[in-house]
Design a protein around this ligand. Structure first.
Ligand code: SAM
Length: 341
């Protein structure tokens, strides 16, 4: 061996032979590779008639592109961070809300929120399609009509003005439309906005005879004789009493409902309610309960009231009951309970 051969032998790398040896060992343990199939590779969907297992031996199962995997990873991370953030904010709000000491009567809040009330509720009312629910309820109002807790007059556009003879939904002859309209609300600021809206909707109509009346008054103190334009009949009752989203805001909703029952025409008169309150679902009621003090303090409304229980306690007779939005929106048609005399 000359010097050159000696040098090559010394510097000859060991790894190829090591790997080769390991390869031989691994080959001994590993299952023998399958001989390449005689059949041409199949690149088609397996037919229903084929037995189980993929017909192509080179098929390695479903794969996901690295780009898709990265996208999914980032999405999962983003969603979980957002949920964490929401939960942290919710917990913070619950703690703040529970620490508040709010009186039951928060109805004075509307005096300050009146100018922004419509803008604040507009989006959620649209999302919940409340416009059609209001319209469907107000369509039932007829004769001498009183709307209590009228707020900024979100129902005004749905009233059928002027009493006339016609045919009802069942095809029977009936007196249709509203002969008189009286709107009351505890907040002078809210009722002033309603009155302006009415004038814009029906210019000049307000001063016609019988007139349309707006006044600031507690719903529990409305009497038919105290300023209600009842015309020549001098009846002591209203034919229809409307209230939408009002039971949540008053300090004693049961007492107010009982009072409304006393001024509703006993035979054919109706109290028409569209209210919001507790849900069918406990998980949602827990959220409403937890955040109720803060919501009441800010918006003047107890959104966790059990409207069904309030109606039941009032003793009025239920003609119709409906609920939407996980049970939080309640519609009632009520009438005074027939007296036993
Ligand atoms: C949530 S707002 C609803 C307003 C309107 N009815 C509507 O559907 O948009 C509640 C209203 O009830 C009025 N309110 C609260 N307590 C009242 C009471 N005891 N008598 C009359 N109105 C009352 C408030 O001033 C407020 O305008």
């Amino acid at each position: 061996m000359n010097a050159t051969q000696l040098g090559r032998a010394f510097f000859k790398p060991k790894w190829p032979s090591t790997i080769a040896r390991r390869g031989v060992q691994n080959q001994a343990q590993a299952p023998r590779p399958r001989r390449p199939s005689q059949r041409p590779p199949i690149s088609r969907r397996p037919s229903k008639a084929e037995p189980e297992g993929h017909p192509n031996p080179n098929y390695k199962g479903p794969t996901m592109s690295p780009r898709l995997m990265t996208f999914l990873g980032i999405s999962v991370l983003g969603i979980s961070s957002y949920c964490g953030f929401l939960y942290a904010s919710y917990s913070r709000e619950v703690s703040k809300s529970q620490a508040l000491d709010i009186p039951t009567d928060v109805s004075d809040r509307y005096n300050t929120t009146a100018p922004t009330f419509d803008a604040e509720v507009e989006l959620s009312e649209k999302a919940m399609r409340m416009g059609s629910k209001r319209a469907d309820l107000i369509r039932l109002a007829r004769g001498d009509v009183l709307e209590v807790s009228c707020g900024t007059g979100r129902n005004l556009e749905y009233y059928d003005l002027g009493e006339r003879r016609g045919v009802d939904e069942d095809g029977k002859a009936a007196i249709l439309g509203c002969r008189t309209l009286t709107f009351v609300d505890l907040s002078p600021q809210m009722v002033a906005i309603a009155e302006e809206k009415f004038e814009a909707l029906h210019p000049g109509y307000k001063s016609q005879s019988p007139p349309v009346t707006f006044r600031a008054q507690d719903a529990a103190s409305v009497t038919v004789t105290a300023g209600a334009p009842m015309g020549e009949n001098k009846k002591a009752y209203y034919d229809s009493i409307v209230q939408t989203m009002g039971l949540c805001s008053m300090p004693d909703p049961v007492r107010t409902l009982r009072h409304l029952g006393e001024i509703t025409e006993p035979k054919n008169g109706r109290i028409l309610l569209l209210e919001h309150g507790r849900s069918h679902y406990n998980w949602l009621n827990r959220i409403l309960d937890n955040l109720a003090p803060a919501h009441a303090d800010r918006h003047g409304c107890w959104w966790n009231r059990d409207i069904g229980a309030i109606v039941k306690e009032s003793g009025l007779e239920i003609v119709e009951e409906k609920r939407w939005h996980f049970g939080t929106t309640w519609r009632y048609v009520l009438r005074p309970r027939a007296s036993s005399e």
